[in-house]
Design a protein around this ligand. Structure first.
Ligand code: PEP
Ligand code: MG
Length: 578
């Protein structure tokens, strides 16, 4: 009999194959005492385990495939740093000596102490960091206990085509599995922003997370169907279910190969409205994909990666060289560089002294607020962008504006830098455009004021929804409220689009909402004419645009704007006007 399990689909696609269950058995850590004259040996045994753990992680780090997302690299780097942190290295050694106990026990005590500190934290993001402590501790414990590596921890083609079922996967696991050609992932824990989800999406592998207790119902080598769009797993499916999903899988493949042909087709609706489809990019290596999918340009280049895993922030020359390199790859396509958006969910070190732990980091010193407070961090980036503008079409995008004063300060800084460059005879594009992200409700409500001073606006729905609905975007407990169709969100989006029209400046959308095909028709109806989205979904959005009639969608969108909840909005958008 088929068993159906439900979780959260985080990477779409259908996989049919055998299950490989990754069970990290609860390690049996026992305390035993060590004689005084053997304590140095015990410390040495612990040090050796640390050295081996570092070697294992470094080996994985060195063989990360090109296609792996930067976040996964960052997770592994964090774990490597933790292996050098005194809290995990020196403290257990001290405990071995003080308590005359075995290394495993000392490490367990220290792990419990660290996790207790994380549990006390108010901030959901920091609370989840205790998983990282566990990943690292687990690796050391397994070495201390001489446990043999699990099958997926070795380069092993026997897993090719398998669907991996696990409680949770470490970032290192996901990299190793990537090498082994697995067909799909599913985990009992994790949310849409977990590294499993991020990796699966960047690889285009179907994945489901949050399948609580699923491992109880699945055995190794059992046949399963995983539907990453709907978040469903069917264990031991009946023949008719298998045939149905095989059919869906074929349809999916056909659909994607048809999409590939759209690359060079213009994004024009049935009633001849031309739409700009730009790409969102995070890493220089991703720029090739912009050209591959035929994007009109880059609507959002997130520059935070430049600050990841380093002790000092990048200087002007490093910024300049990076942007120039990117402009060269784009060969004349416009590039929108978003200035630094550090803080809250984007906790990269970047050589900044970590500030005080705040209760609500998303409402704290992040993005433009941080940049204006620390001009030494911001100015080199601004100067580098302005200098790079001489090499190709570049625009500056300012994140998280909440009042006009912030915008005026940035415009003033840009003017000062331009004067300075003039004096130094350094060339730049005198027409360089400056735009602002509308991602704080205060800015959306007053979008007409911003539109008077700026050259373009870009709606960041990821944050706009977070702040409008008062939900932390990384907190799984409240993500049910994260609804792009909520009337409050729609009205703010509509207000912003109208403000741009009134002042005759372009308004783009660069949040995830713009790349989700289920919202494309509504956004067209609301008047959006510029979408900036992940290259992976660009062609799907283009297909919907090509099949749409804007004048018909405007009627539906006007109706949707009067709806009282998101479900009614979705139903209205399913209607047609004839
Ligand atoms: C947004 O908030 O919608 C956005 C595009 O910016 P980020 O996701 O980088 O905060
Ligand atoms: Mg944002």
């Amino acid at each position: 009999m088929t068993i159906a399990l439900h979780g959260m689909g985080v990477s779409r696609g259908i996989a049919i194959g055998k299950a490989h269950v990754v069970k990290r058995d609860q390690l049996d850590i026992r305390e035993y005492s060590i004689k005084k004259n053997r304590l140095d040996d015990e410390v040495k045994r612990f040090e050796d385990a640390l050295t081996n753990a570092r070697q294992q992680l470094r080996a994985i780090r060195e063989h990360i495939p090109e296609s792996t997302s930067a976040d996964i690299e960052a997770f592994i780097d964090t774990h490597l740093l933790m292996l050098d942190d005194a809290a995990l290295t020196k403290e257990p050694m001290r405990l071995i000596k003080e308590l005359s106990c075995n290394a495993e026990w000392a490490l367990k005590l220290q792990r419990d102490a660290l996790v207790a500190v994380f549990d006390e934290m108010d901030d959901a993001y920091l609370r989840t960091r205790k998983d990282d402590v566990d990943y690292v501790v687990n690796r050391i414990q397994r070495l201390l206990l001489n446990q043999t590596p699990l099958i997926h921890e070795k380069a092993d083609q026997r897993l090719t085509g398998y669907i991996i079922m696990a409680n949770d996967l470490t970032p290192a696991d996901t990299v190793l599995m990537q090498h082994n050609g697995i067909a799909a992932f599913a985990t009992e824990f994790g949310g849409p922003t977990s590294h499993t989800a991020i990796l699966a999406r960047s690889l285009g592998i179907p994945a489901i997370v949050g399948l609580q207790n699923a491992l109880r119902y699945i055995k190794d080598d059992e046949e399963i169907i995983l539907d990453g769009s709907r978040g469903i797993i069917l264990v031991d499916p009946e023949r008719h279910e298998l045939l149905h999903y095989q059919h869906l899988q074929k349809e999916e493949k056909r659909y994607f190969s048809k999409l590939g042909k759209l690359k060079n087709k213009p994004a024009i609706t049935l009633d001849e409205v031309s739409i700009a489809l730009d790409a969102n990019i995070e890493l220089p290596k991703d720029f090739e994909t912009v050209v591959e999918v035929g994007a009109a340009g880059v609507g959002l280049y997130r520059t935070e990666f430049l600050y990841m895993n380093r002790e000092t922030p990048p200087d002007e020359e490093e910024h300049y060289a990076t942007y120039k390199g990117v402009i060269d790859v784009l060969k004349g396509l416009p590039l929108t560089i978003r200035t630094l958006d550090l803080g809250a969910d984007k906790q990269v070190d970047g050589g900044r002294q970590s500030g005080p732990v705040t209760t609500n980091p998303a409402l704290g010193l992040r993005a433009i607020r941080l940049c204006l407070k620390e001009p030494a961090l911001f100015r080199p980036q601004l100067r580098a962008i302005i200098r790079a503008s001489v090499h190709g079409p570049v625009r500056i995008l300012i994140p998280m504006l909440s009042n006009v004063h912030e915008m005026q300060q940035v415009l003033q800084m840009v003017d000062d830098i331009k004067k300075e460059l003039d004096e130094q005879n350094i060339p730049y594009d005198h027409e360089l455009q400056i735009g602002g992200m509308i991602e704080v409700p205060a800015a959306a409500v007053c979008a007409d004021i911003f539109a008077k001073y700026l050259d373009f606006l870009s709606i960041g729905t990821n944050d706009l929804i977070q702040y409008t609905m008062a939900i932390d975007r990384v907190n799984d407990e409240v993500n049910y409220l994260y609804d792009p169709l909520n009337p409050a969100v729609l009205r703010l989006v509509h207000t912003t689009i109208k403000a741009g029209k009134k002042e005759n400046i372009p308004v783009a959308m660069c949040g995830e909402m713009a790349g989700e095909t289920k919202y494309t028709r509504l956004l067209l109806g609301l008047g959006l004419r510029e979408f900036s989205i992940h290259p992976a979904t660009l062609l799907e959005v283009k297909q919907i645009i090509i099949d749409s009639n804007v004048s018909e969608l405007q009627t539906l969108a006007n109706k949707a704007l009067k709806a009282s909840n998101g479900i009614d909005v979705a139903n209205i958008m399913r209607e047609t006007t004839d």
